[in-house]
Design a protein around this ligand. Structure first.
Ligand code: HEC
Ligand code: HEC
Length: 233
C-alpha cells in the first residue's frame, strides 16, 4: 500500500499532465493589423528559436499527438468545422502561424490552450512543422459549389498568384501559405477575415487586394483554390 501523501502527489501529477487542464488558459492579445505602425512578420524571440532549430520530423510526429483531435491523424483537418488541412503546408508558415497564435497576434481561442509552451516548446513546433510538411496531401478536402470557377480563376491569376504562386503552391521562403487543396470553408473564412481585419496577423498588401472583393468574389476564388491540385509530395 502506498502512503496517503504519495497517492495525493501521484494524483496531482496526473492532473497537471492532462491537456484538459490547459483549457483554463486564455489567449493574450498582442498588437495586430489594427494597430498603427504594424509590421507584418516581424520575428520575436520564440520565432527565432524555432527557425534556428534543426528540425526533426520523427520527433515532430510524436509531438503532433496533441494536435490530432482537431487537425486529424493525417493532418487533413475538417472540411465543415473550419479546421485547416495542415499536411504539406510549408514549415515556415506553420511555425509563423503557431507563434502568432501563442503571442496573440492571431485570434484562435479554441486552439490557444494547445499551442502554448506548457504543451509544446519552440523547438517542438519546428519539429512538428517539419513532420507536417512532408506528409502526403489528401485530395478529399472540402470543395465549393462549382458555380463560378471561371471568375475565380480570373481573380486568382490577376490578384493572388504573384504571392501564392501560379498553382497555389505558396512560397516557404517568404512565409506565403500554400492555398491549393485547402478546405473551401477555411479559405473563404480566412479571406473574409483578412479583408475585414479580423485576421490580425494578415499581410497588409494582401488586405489591400482583398478590400474591394465582395463575398461572392471571395467565394469564387476560394472555390477555384479548393479544386487546384496541390503539388505532389
Ligand atoms: C481544439 C482544436 C485544435 C487543436 C487541439 C489544435 N488546433 Fe490548430 N487550429 C485550430 C483551428 C480552429 C484553427 C483555425 C483557426 C482560424 O480559423 O483562424 C487552427 C489553425 C492552425 C494553424 C494555422 C494554419 C494555417 O494554414 O494558417 C496551424 C499551423 C495549426 N492550427 C497547428 C496546430 C498544431 C501544430 C497543433 C498542436 C500543437 C494544433 N494546431 C492544435 C484548432 C486546433
Ligand atoms: C502580397 C502578397 C499576397 C497577395 C497579393 C495575396 N496574399 Fe494571401 N496571404 C499572403 C500571406 C503572406 C499570407 C499569410 C499571412 C499571415 O502571415 O498570417 C496569406 C494568407 C492567405 C490565406 C490564409 C491561408 C492559411 O493557410 O491560413 C488565404 C486563404 C489567402 N491568403 C488568400 C488570398 C487570395 C484569395 C488572394 C487574392 C485575392 C491573396 N491571398 C493575395 C500573401 C498574399
Amino acid at each position: 500500500m502506498k502512503s496517503q501523501p504519495t497517492l495525493i502527489a501521484l494524483l496531482l501529477g496526473a492532473l497537471a499532465a492532462l491537456p484538459a487542464n490547459a483549457e483554463f488558459q486564455h489567449q493574450p492579445r498582442a498588437a495586430g493589423i489594427e494597430t498603427y505602425g504594424y509590421t507584418w512578420n516581424s520575428p520575436d524571440q520564440d520565432m527565432n528559436r524555432a527557425l534556428a532549430h534543426k528540425a526533426n520530423a520523427r520527433k515532430g510526429e510524436a509531438a503532433y499527438k496533441v494536435c490530432k483531435g482537431c487537425h486529424k491523424p493525417d493532418a487533413s483537418g475538417q472540411a465543415d468545422a473550419d479546421y485547416p488541412q495542415l499536411a504539406g503546408q510549408h514549415a515556415s508558415v506553420i511555425v509563423k502561424q503557431m507563434m502568432d497564435i501563442r503571442a496573440g497576434r492571431r485570434d484562435n481561442p479554441r486552439m490557444y490552450p494547445f499551442s502554448g509552451d506548457w504543451i509544446v516548446s519552440a523547438e517542438e513546433i519546428a519539429d512538428i512543422a517539419a513532420y507536417l510538411n512532408q506528409l502526403p496531401i489528401p485530395s478529399s478536402n472540402g470543395k465549393g459549389g462549382g458555380a463560378n470557377l471561371a471568375l475565380g480563376k480570373t481573380l486568382y491569376d490577376k490578384d493572388c498568384a504573384s504571392c501564392h504562386g501560379k498553382n497555389g503552391e505558396g512560397d516557404g521562403k517568404k512565409f506565403h501559405p500554400m492555398v491549393a487543396g485547402q478546405h473551401y470553408s477555411y479559405l473563404k473564412r480566412e479571406s473574409r477575415e483578412s479583408r475585414d481585419q479580423g485576421r490580425r496577423n494578415a499581410n497588409p498588401d494582401m488586405v489591400k487586394v482583398l478590400k474591394p472583393y465582395t463575398d461572392a468574389d471571395i467565394e469564387a476564388v476560394s472555390d477555384y483554390l479548393s479544386r487546384l491540385a496541390p503539388p505532389k509530395k
